[in-house]
Design a protein around this ligand. Structure first.
Ligand code: AMP
Length: 975
């Protein structure tokens, strides 16, 4: 049903882009111009058509006339001479000028009198001379006057008839009178051409106009095009719908219909429709026709700098290099000031090199030391160096780099020599069990760093039996002083747990260290050791039992797998990864605790507010502002975090609702679920601290990076979200508000599911709409059964995931555009679904449709979705087939009120509204100058206009759909 309107619009479009050039006429016969030499045949020879000579403005005019109005059975013919047809034209136009006298002026003769005459044609391959046979003529038209002549003043009529198709070498025309009083003043026969023209830098040849014909052209001198320029010549001899992408070569710019050299001092780097630009800073003035401006001496461009960038100079050396000992444990802060001369660049980075020097020589520090943010590509003028030994002479050299530093004649370096003197001993980070027996344990341990080489050190190991309930034995520690970081302890009690702790001591001037945490190890039972003492006897039996056990386990696993694949519930993944076999603990609804504070204590770590620092507001949530900030982490320095705050004046209920998100989040641990660092509850201003996601909410990120992210990467993001959702569904947690706005993106483009507010559903979501059954629901993201009877399950989360897939593939487009929630529900219930986003791989769209199955048991599970996405990621060629993007299927039905849209007054105004003003010129060049033209555009037209980036095409196409929707009544999302 959309088609007729589109055709109508297209027709309008053709009419309106008619180019001002008029058609050209090639005359084959002109009665006026021929004077008396007409030589036309009349039949009958007498009393029929007669040639009449009249003087008009002192020149002779010949006309044919006949006026036998009072006799019946008139059949008077006059035939032209042979008119040669031009081989290229199969259509001719016949223009007649004539006078017909009103029959009423003849009184009694009006009975036989006529007021029309007939035009005939006969085709022939050769001039047949005077042989004139009426039977060979076919009738073209009955010619009737618009105005008959009554008085003395003649009323001249002009009529034009087109004669098609013609195939022979020539033809005769004949005029038959059957009793009219008529004078034929002029007969003009001609064919039309579209004249040669230059449109948008492409030249098209003169073309005969006999049907709508596509004509190819060539770019003008110094212009090029990726595709052949095309235009249509209409049957009326007019050029329409130019599809031209000729662009002036580098060094040339367009003026009217030609490409001219850039003036001296200007340049144009590529074939484009841009104008020449003034040479950028620090370049030499160019000659005429320059494609680039060469850098001045001492200035350069980096290989990645565009030719439009100014040339820049290498940086000078970093200044004021200093070193500061950070703590007593081998860490040093190197800091410096940026170079005085940055060379006009903003891509300055630093690298730091380290050498250990004594009096005679220096050697590279190598891997022995660690730069916390790496030794190279440093953006900040400072770095923390750790794992340094004391009493070494370290020489650090800091070098400034920029995109052009390789062109510098001197390396921009600053050097400092420093010695670190510290006495803080390293710490024991963990103790390992290497071997055990009924009365012995062999242990070893690892240190936070190497003890300094020049200071001797030893270990103090303390152990005791672990308390048995009711018995306390805290005082009886055994202490061993050891040189090595391993020990075997004998004479222990079988089948008993001992607690061990170790301390590192430096001597002689050591600062006191601290003991590691108590770690428990258990001696083996006696029976176990007896078994071990009879290895050969028991080995066969053990192996046998193990084999049988393995078989039993394998059979059980296989049965379990096939059961799972038949029905819903239980681990569904076909792969036996340990992760999947390990039963996940189920999520505990904090509501089930009478006192919500207990849930918080149980699931969440309390953070000391002094270790966090708010830096900048990055968002606003339901309960208050969200900040980016830093959290001090022991041994790791500072960690970027997001800090959610509770706004002042909250009620106790609001405080509990606010913190309940943390009690939910605190139960999760998965790379695709936002990680909770902890909460601050013990102070007036409660805060929730989570990992910081540099790129913020997914919907905003996608909108801002439209077109920049390739489908493969979008798929990777979706895979992450699906894995997070699989984890949640395995934990029996139903999210209920999965949407791109509730997914966060970090700097590595990893996506993490967030927003676990307990006040769901869904006080804090602007999309939440009260349904007739009460409660707020984000309609466009929610499965029908959840809207209708609040059946929220992992299967309804799968539906929402399908919508997130669509949002991702449509770069943050709003699902169902501007349709109202009511319209969305109606369309979904009538089995309509969102159409494939533009350029969306077919396999991904198919998966979306699966997620939107009305019957929730038919939707894939998150484990299926993860598997499918993994397979797609493993075979990128499966993404090559693109789902149909057919706006005529997905648009709303047109109204019958025509193409008018009053929303935008001009094409530039519309383009500006969708931030696509860069295409103003392209649209104008293609003749798309009114909103009616815009409405008539098809997707392929958009591409032809010169919009090549998929995201831009999509934005323009969707906007056109939106405009069409303005006059629509119902949406059509056909599946
Ligand atoms: P929320 O209250 O969770 O919806 O957060 C409000 C806004 O704060 C989000 O839309 C994000 O823009 C921002 N935000 C929340 N949490 C984080 C985070 N962990 N990292 C970065 N931005 C965040």
């Amino acid at each position: 049903m959309g088609q007729p309107r589109v055709n109508f619009c297209f027709f309008l479009f053709i009419i309106r882009v008619l180019i001002s050039l008029q058609s050209k006429e090639h005359v084959l016969l002109d009665m006026k111009a021929s004077g008396s030499e007409l030589g036309w045949l009349t039949s009958p020879n007498e009393n029929g058509w007669e040639i009449v000579q009249t003087v008009v403005n002192s020149s002779l005019l010949y006309t044919y006339s006949v006026c036998n109005v009072d006799s019946a059975d008139q059949d008077n013919w006059v035939r032209t001479t042979f008119i040669q047809r031009r081989p290229e034209s199969s259509r001719v136009s016949v223009e007649l000028q004539f006078i017909v006298r009103d029959c009423n002026t003849f009184g009694g003769a009006s009975v036989t009198c006529k007021e029309t005459f007939n035009l005939f044609i006969s085709e022939a391959d050769a001039d047949v001379g005077t042989s004139f046979r009426k039977g060979q003529f076919r009738k073209v038209a009955t010619i009737a006057p618009d105005e008959v002549t009554r008085g003395r003043v003649p009323k001249v009529n002009t009529e034009t008839r087109t004669v098609v198709p013609l195939s022979k070498k020539g033809f005769y025309l004949a005029f038959q009178d059957m009793g009219a009083c008529v004078a034929l003043l002029s007969v003009r026969v001609y064919y039309k051409t579209c004249p040669s023209t230059v449109q948008s830098l492409a030249a098209f040849p003169e073309t005969v106009a006999d049907a709508l014909r596509e004509v190819e052209g060539v770019c003008v001198k110094n212009a090029v095009s990726q595709t052949t320029p095309r235009i249509y010549c209409t049957a009326e001899g007019k050029w329409v719908v130019p599809v031209v992408q000729c662009q002036c070569l580098p060094g040339y710019e367009a003026t009217e219909n030609s490409c001219q050299e850039c003036k001296p001092g200007y340049f144009k780097p590529s074939a484009s429709n841009e104008f020449c630009q003034v040479c950028p800073d620090n370049t030499k003035s160019s000659l005429a026709g320059a494609a680039e401006c060469v850098c001045e001496d001492g200035f350069f461009r980096s290989p990645s700098d565009p030719l439009t960038a100014a040339c820049s100079a290498p940086p000078s050396a970093p200044r004021d290099l200093t070193s500061t000992t950070l703590s007593g444990d081998g860490r040093l802060l190197l800091s410096w000031s940026p170079p005085l001369e940055t060379g006009g660049r903003s891509d300055l980075t630093y690298s730091v090199a380290c050498e250990i020097c004594d009096e005679s020589q220096c050697v590279a520090c190598g891997e022995k030391i660690r730069f916390e943010t790496g030794p190279t590509e440093l953006k900040e003028p400072g770095v923390v160096v750790s794992d340094l030994d004391s009493h070494h002479n370290y020489t650090f050299t800091v070098e400034a780099h920029s995109g052009v530093s390789q062109y510098g004649t001197e390396r921009a370096t600053a050097t400092i020599t420093t010695t670190l003197d510290y006495t803080n001993p390293p710490k024991v980070t963990s103790i390992h069990l290497d071997d055990r027996g009924p009365t012995s344990l062999s242990l070893s341990w690892t240190l936070s760093r190497r003890p300094p080489a020049h200071i001797s050190h030893h270990y103090e190991l303390m152990y005791r039996k672990k308390d048995i309930e009711g018995e306390s034995d805290v005082t009886t520690y055994t202490v061993l002083i050891l040189d090595k970081n391993s020990v075997q302890i004998n004479d222990l009690t079988p089948d008993t747990t001992y607690l061990f702790r170790v301390l590192v001591k430096l001597s002689p001037e050591a600062m006191p260290g601290s003991y590691s945490k108590d770690q428990p190890f258990h001696t083996s039972a006696l029976a176990e050791s007896q078994t071990q003492n009879k290895p050969t006897l028991v080995m066969g039996a053990v192996v046998g039992v193990a084999v049988i056990l393995l078989i039993v386990v394998a059979v059980l696993l296989l049965r379990r797998r096939s059961l799972c694949s038949r029905g819903r519930g239980g681990p569904e993944d076909p792969y036996f990864s340990t992760d999947q076999l390990k039963p996940l603990k189920a999520y505990v609804d904090p509501h089930t605790y009478e006192d919500p504070n207990i849930a918080i204590q149980k699931f969440v770590k309390e953070i000391d507010p002094n270790i966090i620092r708010k830096e900048k507001v990055i968002g606003v949530g339901e309960f208050g502002e969200v900040f980016r900030g830093m959290m001090k982490v022991p041994r790791k320095g500072e960690l970027a975090v997001a800090i959610k705050t509770l706004k002042p004046g909250y009620s106790e209920k609001q405080r509990q609702d606010f913190l309940s998100e943390a009690s939910i989040m605190g139960q999760f641990s998965h790379p695709n679920i936002i990680r909770l660092e902890g909460v601050v509850t013990k102070f007036k201003h409660a805060m929730i601290v989570t990992e910081y996601m540099e790129n913020g909410a997914l919907d905003t990120y996608l909108k801002e990076h439209d077109t920049e992210i390739p489908p493969y990467q979008l798929l990777g993001m979706l895979r992450g979200i699906a894995a997070g959702m699989k984890y949640l569904s395995d934990m029996n947690y139903v999210h209920r508000d999965l949407a791109a706005r509730n997914v966060l993106v970090n700097s590595s483009l990893e996506c993490k599911v967030s927003d676990f507010g307990l006040s769901r559903v869904l006080e804090d979501d602007a999309e939440g709409t009260y349904t007739t059954r009460g409660g707020k629901i984000p309609i466009r993201w929610t499965a029908p059964e959840a809207i209708e009877y609040r059946k929220f399950t992992s299967a309804s989360d799968v539906w929402s995931f399908g919508i997130v897939m669509w949002e991702v593939m449509a770069f943050g487009e709003r699902p169902y555009w501007d349709m109202s929630n009511h319209e969305v529900m109606k369309a979904i219930n009538e089995a309509f679904r969102l159409p494939a986003p533009m350029d969306c791989p077919s396999a991904i769209y198919q998966l979306m449709l699966q997620c939107w199955q009305h019957d929730r048991s038919k939707r894939p599970r998150f484990s299926d979705i993860v598997n499918i996405l993994d397979k797609l990621l493993q075979s990128p060629e499966s993404l090559k087939t693109i789902a149909d993007f057919d706006p005529h299927v997905s648009i709303r039905l047109p109204s019958t009120s025509g193409c008018d849209t009053t929303m935008f007054r001009s094409v530039p105004e519309w383009l500006e509204s969708i931030k696509m003003s860069q295409y103003n010129e392209s649209f104008a060049r293609a003749g798309i100058t009114t909103m009616d033209h815009v409405l008539a555009l098809r997707p392929e037209d958009i591409r032809n206009i010169g919009v090549r980036l998929p995201g831009h095409m999509k934005r323009i196409a969707y906007s056109i759909l939106g405009l069409k929707d303005e006059t629509s009544s119902l949406s059509v999302f056909a599946v």
